[in-house]
Design a protein around this ligand. Structure first.
Ligand code: 5RP
Length: 232
């Protein structure tokens, strides 16, 4: 199977986690696009969605799915999103599509985070994928130096020759060369740096389960939550 076919498979499998009559939390990316397309086939069975990006909102609305503001929805039963990397505890790197801030916000509103990914995303240790960090532009240089002190090389993500601007009007640093062996500690620490809007390590908002598309079908990985994660 091609990677695109694996994404379609897992996007369709995620429908099993959508509760009839509910508002669904929807992530961003090429795998989620497959899920959105599948959601379109059962759109009359749901109330609508809370979306994590302008791109996903446009795709949902084009299919006739109502999109609600996150602030108007108390709690979501489920948030469904992809990942750039996921480890065997459900910790993830996200933000390859630059939507990490809204993704973390919507994920925090959900009782369950269902990660949908193809098997290439499963890793032992996070960090081979360049870590996206959304930052306030005036802090870019100093934050890059802080990553350099940890052995990381941070570069500003560019689009058409200028720094890419996120849905929130900020910039993205992509950090290479990190080995993230303590995702909870790493996320907590980088979150404290002035100018960091969101770090693309999802440890406090880790996956509850992962639907992993493999050549042999969809595997379900279930990740128990520790007390520390549950407290946040
Ligand atoms: C967007 C994300 C995506 O979930 C992540 O980049 C995976 O994308 P894809 O499904 O296209 O591989 O975090 O900010």
């Amino acid at each position: 199977m091609t990677q695109d076919e694996l994404k379609t498979l897992v996007g369709q499998a995620a429908l099993a986690y959508v509760l009839p009559g509910s508002v669904v939390g929807v992530g961003t990316g090429s795998t989620v696009n497959k899920f959105i397309d599948a959601l379109g086939t059962i759109k009359h069975q749901i109330k609508g969605a809370v979306s994590s990006s302008v791109a996903s909102t446009e795709r949902l609305q084009a299919l006739g799915i109502a999109v609600f503001d996150a602030a108007d929805v108390d709690e979501l039963a489920v948030y469904i999103d992809g990942a750039d990397e996921i480890d065997h505890a459900g910790y993830m790197i996200k933000g390859g599509g630059a939507a990490l801030t809204r993704e973390k916000i919507v994920a925090a509103q959900a009782r369950q985070f269902v990660c949908i990914a193809d098997a290439s995303k499963l890793v032992t240790t996070l960090g081979a994928f360049p870590l996206p960090v959304e930052v306030v532009p005036m802090a870019v240089k100093r934050i890059a130096k802080q990553f350099a002190a940890m052995g990381g090389v941070a570069t500003v993500r560019m689009k058409a020759g200028t720094p890419m601007v996120t849905d929130n009007g900020q910039h993205i640093l992509d950090v290479r060369g990190l080995k993230i062996t303590d995702p909870l500690g790493f996320e907590a620490s980088v979150n404290n740096w002035p100018g960091v809007v969101t770090v693309g390590v999802f440890a406090f908002q880790k996956a509850s389960l992962c639907l992993l598309a493999t050549g042999a079908g969809v595997k379900t990985l279930i990740f128990p939550q520790s007390n520390l994660e549950a407290d946040t």
